[in-house]
Design a protein around this ligand. Structure first.
Ligand code: 1HE
Length: 270
């Protein structure tokens, strides 16, 4: 694997990835446009290494992609060589890498455009906030390729759009466009062509300004509560809300509001 050092980060990345620092946020970009950002092993391992090694002073990450498409999914040239045991190990390596995003150190905003298909959708689904440009479309072509999702898609995508819609996508090759994806809740923000990165950075900066404890609770605790029974959920909520309140940062922010030094919660247009 040919590697290069990465935009001020103490890590070697494969040529298919680029990292950049902007104050307290990082931008990780897929740079394999000539292969439509197909995800080969070095790229997936690079994503894992990047999120593993994220420095403490980075408070949010933007995941973007060069070229016309966010990602064409799994690199299909790698697929023909694997036996069953290797296939399981490969799928588990994607789970490990994408878990580093979903249950990592900081919130991750993905910026989508063009094809967000197969493993590309699995990758996007592991991020916390999705910004879609108008060119975005979503597909799960695994059905037509004779395979199955292996990057956590069967766990994450039904949580976004429901099992029945995912079945339709996989069985019939149904695709969803950017507006449909927005209506279904795949993306949180729908923006014009070319406007995704600026929006993603704006959102990441806002997220980076939150108390770290709140960001931790939102990405680590909220999804766990959603999977608990009601009684356990209420208890977990009581524990984490009390922990968050007890943090000095929360006390300072509440004091600032009560002393009229903090912004009010008004409706903001997106
Ligand atoms: C690839 C891949 C790939 C492109 N693996 N090489 N994913 C898919 O089934 C989607 C497959 N890709 C496509 O349908 C199309 O490439 C796109 C609609 C995304 C873009 O079309 P287009 O016309 O812009 O590009 P292209 O001419 O098809 O591709 C350009 C190059 O990228 C070409 O290589 P070249 O050497 O001939 O220039 C393509 O072969 C290459 N390329 N996509 C490898 N996916 C953990 S399990 C997850 C399971 C999945 O993700 S299955 C879904 C796989």
């Amino acid at each position: 694997m040919s590697t290069h050092s990465a935009g001020g980060f103490e890590i070697e990345l494969p040529r298919t990835l680029k990292a950049e620092r902007r104050d307290d946020i990082a931008i990780l970009t897929l740079t394999r446009a000539q292969k439509r950002n197909a995800l080969d092993d070095p790229t997936v391992f690079g994503i894992e290494a990047f999120f593993d090694a994220l420095p403490e002073d980075i408070k949010a990450v933007v995941l973007a992609a060069e070229g016309e498409h966010f990602s064409a999914g799994l690199d299909l040239t790698e697929l023909t060589e694997r036996n069953v045991v290797q296939g399981i190990a490969h799928s588990r390596s994607w789970h490990r890498a994408f878990d580093k995003i979903e249950f990592g150190k900081v919130p991750v905003v993905s910026v989508l455009h063009g094809a967000v298909v197969g493993g590309g959708l699995e990758l996007a689904a592991a991020t916390h906030i999705r910004v879609a440009e108008a060119s975005t479309y979503y597909a799960l072509p695994e059905g037509s390729r004779g395979i199955f999702v292996g990057g956590g898609g069967s766990v994450r995508v039904p949580r976004l759009i429901g099992t029945s819609r995912m079945m339709d996508m996989m069985l019939t090759g149904r695709t969803y466009g950017a507006e449909e994806g927005q209506a279904l809740g795949v993306s949180h923000y729908l923006v014009a062509a070319g406007a995704g990165l600026a929006k993603g950075v704006e959102l990441a900066k806002r997220i980076a300004g939150n108390a770290p404890m709140t960001n931790f609770a939102v990405i680590h605790v909220l999804p766990r509560i959603a999977e608990q029974d009601r009684a356990s959920g209420y208890l977990t909520e009581a524990l984490i809300s009390s922990i968050a309140q007890g943090d000095d940062e929360a006390k300072a922010r509440l004091k600032a509001f009560l002393e009229k030094r903090a912004p009010k919660t008004v409706h903001n247009r997106h």
